[in-house]
Ligand binder design. Structure first.
Ligand SMILES: [Zn+2]
Length: 75
């Protein structure tokens, strides 16, 4: 660090005053009443703004199939 870049204590404090962690925005899904993050698709029902975006059941089925294949492999 070059000396001309050095900040005094008040400048450093001013910068760090904006470094606090804010709590994540959590709201309730209007379709299934599960908690979800703001501006994100609901992971419980796969809906966003009333529309189905993710096929949750297909995802679960795929995971089960994968786990089953893994189990067979270890046998
Ligand atoms: Zn939902």
């Amino acid at each position: 660090m070059v000396n001309r870049m050095r900040h005094n204590r008040s400048q450093r404090g001013n910068t760090r005053s904006h470094h606090a962690i804010k709590a994540a925005g959590i709201s309730v899904c209007p379709d299934c009443n599960a908690k979800r993050l703001n501006h994100k698709v609901c992971t419980n029902c796969g809906k966003y703004n009333g529309k189905v975006v993710i096929d949750v059941l297909a995802k679960v089925a795929k995971k089960e199939k994968k786990n089953k294949a893994k189990k067979e492999e270890t046998k």
